[in-house]
Design a protein around this ligand. Sequence first.
Ligand SMILES: [Zn+2]
Length: 73
Amino acid sequence: MIGPDGLGPLIALTCVNCGGKVEVAKSSAAQTSIQWSTEAMRRCPAFTVRDGCPHLRRTVESAVLEGALVISE
Ligand SMILES: [Zn+2]
């Protein structure tokens, strides 16, 4: 299923650091779109609006390596 904005399916990921639950889709190797819930933002001590959570980036990378997160190219 590809969304109207060309993104692949959103998958739910949990930040390894803070346990915040977010939904992530990858449209290319360099492009990750992350949907933060208010609860996850509040929960994450490292969250910034500009960069999101640095730990979550690692979570996303391992999800890609494990094949859980598929790049929709
Ligand atoms: Zn976090």
